[in-house]
Design a protein around this ligand. Structure first.
Ligand code: F0G
Length: 437
């Protein structure tokens, strides 16, 4: 299929070649998306055949077939360029049933699609493999991103695997050590800027233009293409039975854009015949998209976003126009949750033996609110996407369980589900006594 870049703005829809290094429409400044043209008979998407081919590839020892992204390459814009793919065998993330979390969330059943099982521990790897492959296709040697942590960890890994130079820009003091450590270990030049995510994005865009660096934030349409495969893989794992709801956290809203696009394409090509509803969950202190949906007015950014879920501490999400479209098309909803709600939901996900980072737990907190409001019904089929691994933010975990976690206003988060470690003497008798025997 012929792939092109198209302006996302409906009044414009200007087209650009797939190998142009641009992030916004040269005409109107709108966001860009990849579009596919079925131009000849040979381009027809043979749905039944592809479902079989994709399933068979899972058993192959070929590196690209082992990737949960490149396995679905027929719906990615890299025709003829797969041999350049930079893969760390991303994707292949499990669907996990979580009865305890279901009960907590007011559901009969709940499945997590756990993206924390990716090579660098977050869903960013699904997009980054495509973003870095596009950098190679464009012959760029230097790549950069601004990040609340996970994007930088992922970009650093894929850039190093590809032999590229990477530069990450992060808000000083506001990302977890787990993520910062990854960027350093994978060899990225790391700049800690004294500004928030939104301000740094403006800075990095300037630098990227000036120095010819390829930008790998989620404004990059190839990242979004890779993240579509989270949905492809999830539906493949469910034998192409769509759930009623897909619940995910919202920060810069790249994932919401990718999920909506994936669902629309799967419907368009006949892989599925029903669109699941998207439920996007934001943290109360960083909820511009929630406010937009609620007021149905103009988009207003949040100047000083605040949340302990640092991954989604974003006040001016670039992809909001795309996300608005996808939530509307899927008849979706947007909810916001408090710091306490995120912390408790996270502890419950831990108690399932699954675990995730704080931003991911916003999903379960949001589900609880949405079932209480009657928006999601107990018997509905719900998949929540856990976006990051439990070990991304151990500091948060320790503080929660020891009752030391404080919200951005300095109020202590109630450790209602806390599991405090006990300091004991080196004395079997004393320990046995404590254990009740
Ligand atoms: N969950 C995690 C673990 C994240 O790292 C992010 C985003 C999100 C959710 C939100 O996803 O931006 O697509 O709406 N992290 C970015 C970063 C912004 O820089 O790592 P989104």
């Amino acid at each position: 299929m012929l792939a092109e870049l198209a302006c996302f703005e409906q009044h414009c829809r200007a087209r650009f070649p797939i190998d142009e290094a641009i992030y916004n429409c040269a005409g109107c400044g709108g966001l860009l998306e990849v579009v596919f043209e079925v131009s000849s008979k040979d381009d027809r998407v043979e749905t039944a055949l592809l479902k079989k081919v994709w399933r068979t590839r899972r058993t192959s020892n070929e590196p690209l077939e082992q990737s949960g992204v490149w396995r679905y390459r027929e719906l990615l814009p890299f025709d003829g360029h797969h041999h350049q793919a930079v893969s760390l065998r991303e994707g292949n993330t499990p669907l996990l049933d979580a009865p305890r979390a279901a009960r907590y969330g007011g559901l009969d059943g709940l499945t997590f699609k756990h993206q924390g099982f990716n090579p660098t521990g977050s869903f960013k790897d699904n997009g980054m493999t495509c973003g870095v492959t596009q950098a190679i296709r464009l012959d760029r040697q230097r790549v950069a991103c601004v990040s609340t942590g996970n994007t930088s960890a992922s970009m650093a890994a894929y850039a190093s695997a590809a032999g590229l130079d990477s530069m990450v820009f992060i808000p000083h003091g506001n990302i977890s050590y787990g993520k910062l450590a990854q960027a350093l270990e994978y060899g990225a030049r790391t700049f800690q800027v004294e500004a928030n995510f939104d301000q740094i994005l403006a800075l990095v865009r300037l630098l990227a233009d000036r120095l010819g660096i390829y930008l790998l934030n989620s404004i990059n349409p190839f990242r979004i293409e890779g993240q579509k495969t989270i949905i492809f893989e999830m539906l493949d794992q469910r034998d192409w039975n769509p759930p009623d709801w897909i619940v995910l956290p919202g920060g810069n809203l790249g994932n919401t854009s990718a999920f909506g696009k994936a669902l629309r394409e799967l419907c368009q090509f006949g892989f599925i015949h029903k669109l699941p509803r998207l439920a996007v969950i934001q943290a109360e202190g960083a909820a511009p998209f929630y406010n937009l949906m609620k007021t149905k007015g103009e988009f207003r950014s949040v100047a000083e976003p605040r949340t302990l879920a640092t991954a989604i501490r974003i006040g001016d999400p670039v992809s909001w126009p795309k996300a608005l479209h996808e939530v509307t098309v899927t008849n979706g909803v947007v909810e916001q949750v408090s710091e306490q709600e995120i912390a408790d939901a996270k502890a419950v996900i831990g108690q399932c033996g699954i675990g995730c980072e704080p931003a991911s737990a916003a999903t379960l907190a949001g589900i609880k609110k949405l079932t209480e409001a009657g928006t999601i019904r107990a018997e509905e089929d719900v998949v929540a996407v856990l976006t990051g691994n439990v070990l991304k933010d151990p500091d948060y975990i320790y503080r929660y369980h020891t009752g030391e976690l404080k919200d951005p206003d300095g109020r202590t988060i109630d450790a209602s589900l806390g599991n405090r470690p006990l300091v004991v003497p080196n004395d079997a008798e004393a320990i046995a006594k404590m254990l009740g025997s």
